[in-house]
Design a protein around this ligand. Structure first.
Ligand code: CP
Length: 320
């Protein structure tokens, strides 16, 4: 790695798109994390900008709401000196009947290099990658994957714990409807962590054991073994029907509370991808407490997205 973060990655990257962590190798994931570490130094400078993507155009195509991911990608692209344009489906000509693919092709006709795509339908970014020439980054597709969230979670864990070997990480809550869970599972297993999926049986399919995870339904039983707990939001918007009796009952058995943290390892790391529901998945004291790395995750997301944009920017002429 050179001293200049505007050109930090000797890794031979060959992918054109980032659609999920399922298809990435351990080496590719590690290269993104290492490059993110190099780019995170840029945030400490008085002039927070490098010329790596000068002349490139990045479009944020968001068909679902976002606070963190969209602003983080915008800022990451600007720090790399790219031109950035936000596109919001709810104020677009989609309301007049224009299709998803036609919309993307029109945007590409304006000269787009990278499209960052969030969509409520699983596979929507994959579909787009077959119809446009731009690089596609999946910024969350339904309940399928959210690869940059998975990567920023990995960066936050690696920074706090040093490595993944021997770590036990629990993903807690609505695993069935969580794209963050899937990206975490692929990334954590590839890097050598043990993964426990914990929540009510209706939200944690036993079949996910086939991926190589432990499935557990009693948080208090597994918590003493955990080094990291990633608290996932209940995805009410993706559930077809009530999958547990009440929010109160869910919180009684699965909310991270101060009492539960006291019974866990002293150095327990608590993550949550956000948005968080205080008093449902975790209490305000836990969300804002010493074990919480929630805002570190957001901070690290910027560097991770700089690294991903850098690798997919087309700087490598051999990229397929
Ligand atoms: N974690 C995450 O994806 O947040 P946003 O929905 O605000 O982008």
């Amino acid at each position: 790695m050179t001293a200049e973060p505007s050109d930090p990655a000797p890794f031979a990257w060959t992918r054109k798109h980032l659609l999920g962590l399922e298809e990435l190798s351990r080496e590719e994931i590690t290269a993104i994390l290492d490059t993110a570490e190099a780019f995170s130094e840029v945030s400490n400078r008085s002039r927070k900008k490098v010329p790596a993507l000068q002349g490139r155009i990045v479009f944020n195509l968001f068909f679902e709401n976002s606070t963190r991911t969209r602003t983080s990608f915008s800022l990451a692209a600007k720090r790399l000196s790219a031109d950035v344009q936000d596109f919001s489906a709810n104020v677009s000509s989609i309301s007049k009947g224009e299709t998803f693919i036609d919309t993307a092709k029109n945007i590409e006709a304006m000269g787009c290099d990278v499209m960052v795509v969030r969509h409520p339908t699983p596979g929507a970014p994959h579909l787009l990658s077959q119809h446009v020439q731009s690089s596609i980054i999946n910024a969350g597709d339904g309940a399928h994957e959210h690869p940059t969230q998975g990567l920023l979670d990995l960066m936050t864990i690696r920074r706090a714990k040093g490595s993944f070997e021997g770590l036990t990480v629990a993903l807690l809550g609505d695993i069935a409807h969580s794209r963050v869970a899937r990206s975490n599972i692929w990334g954590l297993l590839k890097l050598g962590a043990k993964v426990i999926l914990c929540g009510p049986p209706t939200l944690v399919p036993r079949s996910m054991e086939r991926l190589g995870c432990e499935v557990a339904y009693h948080l208090d039983e597994i918590l003493p073994r955990c080094d990291v707990v990633n608290v996932l939001r209940i995805q009410f918007e993706r559930q077809q029907r009530g999958l547990f009796p009440s929010v109160g009952e869910y919180s009684q058995f699965y909310m991270m509370t101060r009492e539960r943290v006291r019974k866990a390892k002293d150095d327990l790391l608590i993550l949550a991808p956000g948005p968080i529901n205080r008093g449902v998945e975790l209490t305000p004291e836990v969300a804002d407490g010493d074990h919480s790395a929630i805002l570190d995750q957001v901070h690290n997301g910027l560097a991770v997205r700089m690294a991903v944009l850098y690798f997919l920017s087309g700087k490598n002429p051999d990229a397929e």
